[in-house]
Design a binder for this molecule. Structure first.
Ligand code: PLP
Ligand code: COI
Length: 363
């Protein structure tokens, strides 16, 4: 089967007028403003990958017996396109998203979209919807590639048909409080996100469905995000509902939970590299909730931050749990979080050199 495809372009006959688009981009929030187009590619066991199109974004017809609606065989990715000072557009490490998409596909018994086609699909959409990339600090075009089981069949088995789609959403900060305001987190002690042998390391919709009750509990306790502990011992910190987590200690060192049952975040991997570039000692090691509480209270822990494509680096100020709450540092953003965020964002936005060749130029 071929790993090249020709994309047929059907530009929108009535794209959003410029004045309406400008009004939408003025304050887009996260995930509610969508661009004019989408990319679709079909897969069937018989034909492989075929029928690649760039077309107007529109509802998709689905048979009520489509397998995804019953057994949730679905995976997705998230990455951002940035506008550069010279009027171009860039993506940050998109090859890592293409690779993780393949790993997620493998875990969900889905076909692996060749990396090259994944990248071309994303480039096609960014190109045609370039006017939807907002400028300004903290704004970008969030790209959402996803794929789902599209066979009309109620038997439980890997689907024979899939639809891969890429859509784009003009976004600002993920949290309503803004990009640099410390968030509060709720430590879920009843619900877990992933168990050894499960799908925790895959980016599949089912993981998020399973996290929603815990997230609702977090919201009920006036927290922005939920923190999950490991499923076996309910002891070790894993990650947040939609972000990885780092801890910064008074001796200058940092730690983050090891890979295994957590999502291998591309921001996490970039922060590890940037910290090591700066000579900071960073461990990928288990850290328990009890130790977190003790270190925050003794002052040994100076900062904690969440990180991910949507959240970038967001400071964690308050930790709440059924057994009480504690504050990290002064409850605000810390210097190390701000320093690492700047190092990352400057590379992403072309304000600093790119020693690791992370930037992919779209045009
Ligand atoms: N963990 C979870 C559960 C996520 O949903 C995300 C976001 O994609 C991350 C971590 C961070 O991953 P990345 O930095 O690749 O966006
Ligand atoms: C991302 O950061 O891209 C994510 O997927 C997290 C999102 C589910 C909020």
């Amino acid at each position: 089967m071929s790993d090249t495809l020709k994309f047929v372009r059907h530009p929108h006959p009535n794209p959003t007028p410029a004045d309406k688009r400008a009004a939408l981009l003025a304050n887009p929030g996260f995930g509610r403003v969508f661009s004019d187009h989408m990319v679709t590619i079909r897969y069937s066991d018989a034909k492989g990958w075929h029928d690649a199109r760039v077309e107007p974004r529109a509802p998709i017809p689905l048979d009520p017996a489509a397998a995804v609606l019953h057994y949730a065989q679905e995976i997705f990715e998230g990455l951002k396109a940035y506008k550069t000072a010279d009027g171009g557009a860039t993506l940050f490490r998109p090859i890592e998203n293409a690779r993780r998409f393949q790993q997620s596909a493998e875990r969900l018994a889905m076909p692996k979209l060749p990396e090259k086609i994944f990248l071309e699909a994303v480039d096609e959409l960014v190109n045609i919807d370039r006017d939807w990339i907002p400028d300004g600090d903290g704004s970008s075009l969030y790209i959402r590639p996803f794929m789902f089981a599209n066979e009309t069949f109620l038997g439980v088995k890997p689907s024979s048909d899939y639809l891969f789609i890429v859509i784009a959403s003009s976004v600002g900060a993920y949290f309503k409080s803004g990009a640099d305001t410390a968030v509060s987190v709720w430590v879920s002690q009843e619900y877990t996100r992933a168990a050894p042998g499960g799908t925790g390391a895959a980016k599949c919709g089912g993981n998020y469905a399973a996290s929603l009750l815990a997230q609702a509990e977090a919201t009920h306790h006036k927290c922005d995000q939920v923190v999950f502990l490991d499923a076996a011992e309910r002891k070790w910190i894993e990650e947040l509902g939609g972000m990885n987590v780092f801890f910064v200690f008074n001796d200058g060192s940092m730690t983050t939970p090891p890979l295994g049952t957590i999502l291998p975040g591309i921001t996490r991997s970039s922060v590890l590299t940037l910290a090591r570039d700066k000579g900071i000692s960073v461990r990928e090691e288990k850290y328990s909730y009890d130790q977190w509480k003790a270190d925050a209270k003794s002052g040994k822990l100076r900062e904690a931050f969440a990180c991910g494509t949507a959240a970038v680096l967001t400071p964690i100020g308050t930790v709440r749990a059924p057994d009480g709450e504690f504050v990290i540092g002064n409850g605000q953003s810390g210097a190390r979080t701000a320093e690492l965020k700047k190092a990352l964002v400057d590379i992403q936005r072309g304000a600093a050199s790119d020693p690791h060749k992370w930037i992919h130029k779209v045009f």
